[in-house]
Every structure is written in structure tokens, then in C-alpha cells.
Design a protein around this ligand. Sequence first.
Ligand code: ADP
Length: 330
Amino acid sequence: MSKKQRFILAFIVAYLIVAFAWWAVLLNNTMKEAHKAQTDTLVTRLLLEQQIDPETDYTQHPSYLSLAQSFAHNRRMLLGEALVIFTSILVFLAVAYRILRLEVSAAEQQSNFLLSITHELKSPIASIRLILETFQKRRELPIPTQEKLATNGLIETDRLTALVNDLLLSARLETSYQLNPEPIDLCSVLQETADKVLHKYPEAQIKLDLNNGLPPVIADRMGLFSIAVNLLENAAKYSQPEPRIELTAYQAGTQEVIFTVSDNGIGIPDEEKRRIWSKFYRIGNEDTRATKGTGLGLYIVRQLVLLHRGHISLEDHQPGSRFIVSLPIR
Ligand code: ADP
């Protein structure tokens, strides 16, 4: 929610509370005045009927006592109603605020989705087009240049494929993703993933601390690869220019294995730690963000970990972040 929207909301809430308090005070004063007028009329009537004389304490007279009782009763009723209305206003405002926040976050997600997907789709297509045009116009290009261009084109098609796969996977995770469980050696999956990420980010250093005696986990191979690749690629992507990544895996108790991915990157601020798991969520403003991405990676990771009845958490790692994934052994 923007600052302006927050200010308007705070103003409306403050206005409602002040208006309500003012109304309650006014009603109370009016009741007091009415009670005073009724008391004066009663005292005059009692004097005229000579039921009391000017020296008598009229507050002990049964007629006054019943009037005072009814006044006290009305005040209690007013206070009770005021409390009920006030609580209802607060509950209503809390619900309205929640709905508004959900709406705003859905709108933000939608706009993030459009901005990042458009960018992620357009830029590889533009690059591939440029490469093909170059080949078309300049057939005499030296072989090494041709090879370089072809490699770049392939990298761009890989990027497109990864994007389409992520989109399809995230849609399937919401509807029909079926785990295909089998015994898997977690260490070999992590080792393979690290090699793949190193190939894509040669500037990264990945330190592996894998307990090779780990029992196999019963998991979905594709899913496990996807979890590891996303976490390791993020670690490399958000720790430029010199990513130093640590990958550990160990057994905790008899029931679970844990693997962690730590990096020396930009870290994740506390207020973002809950949001980053949402679909299409990326920290900061899409226009100013330097890194490429769609905001799908951590959403996919979390959904896959949950499907495996596992748990994922995140903590600060000075400097950088550490993601901790725990998976049940079976
Ligand atoms: P993407 O990387 O495509 O933007 P993700 O869902 O993988 O999407 O991550 C969501 C956001 O969380 C990222 O945009 C980034 O801001 C933040 N993030 C994820 N991993 C890291 C990390 N290791 N270090 C710092 N920030 C991270």
C-alpha cells in the first residue's frame, strides 16, 4: 500500500474514532441535562405537594431514587451500546484493511507478473532475432564469431525454455502436480546441481560440505532438482560479482535430512522474509531491478518442499542469506 493510501486510511480511522467519541460525550451530556431537568421538575412537584420541605434531602425520597436508578440504567445501556458499536467499527476497519491489503498485493502481483514476464519473454526473443538477422545479412562472418553467436542464441533459448517450464510447473503445482517418489541420494543431486550452476555462473565458488553417509530420501527426482537449482541459482544471482556459496547436507535425528544453501549476497530484509515465497513476488521495484527473474523460483521451491511434507526456512547469514530445507527421510 502506498504512503498516500495509508495516510488516507489513517485519516478515515482517526476521523471515525473522534466522531464516535464526540457523539458519545454529547449523548452523555444530553442525558445528564435531561436527568437534571427531570430532577428539578420532581423536586418542584414534591415541594408543591408538600411531600418534602426545602430543608429535606430529596435524594432519599423514593421517587428520586427510582429516577436516579433509571438514569444509571440508561447510562449503563449507553456505555454498553457505545462499546459494542466501537468494537464493531474496529472489527469492520480491521476486515476492510485486510481485504484492501489483499487487493493491493494481488494488483501488485499482477503488475509484477506482467512487467517481469514481458521483459523475460521479450529480451530473449529480441536477442534471437538479432542473431538470426546477423546470420542472414553477414554470411561471411568468421567461424569463431558464428560459433559465439550460435552459443548466445542457444543460451537465450534455454532462458525461454526455463521461463516456460517455470510457468507450467507453477500452474501444475496449483492443480495436478503428482510426486513420483523414489529413493534418491540427496548428495549426488546436490553435487550435480552445483556443477550445473557452476556452468551457468562460472564466477561462483561453491563449497560443498556433504555428509556422504546420508540415507536415501524418498522424493520426487525432478522436484528435488528443481528445489536445489532454484536455491543455488538465486544464491549465485544475488551475490554478484563474487558469489561464494556454501552447500551443506546432514542428517537430523532419525527422521529427516537437512540441506542448507548459504551465500554472501545482498541478503533479504526482515520485512521481506515472509513475502518472497509468494508467486511473482520480487523485492523492490521491477523497473529498477538489476537482476533477471520472474518471482516464481521461491514459490515453486516452497510448494515442492511442502508437497514432500518438508519444511523450508530462511535466516540471515553475515553477509547474505541462508536457506534451510528439511525433508523427511520417508
Ligand atoms: P526471482 O529470482 O526470479 O526474482 P524468486 O522467487 O526466486 O524469484 O525470488 C524472489 C525474490 O527473493 C527475488 O526477486 C529476490 O529479491 C529475493 N531473493 C531470493 N533469493 C535470494 C538470495 N539468495 N539473496 C537475496 N535475495 C534473494
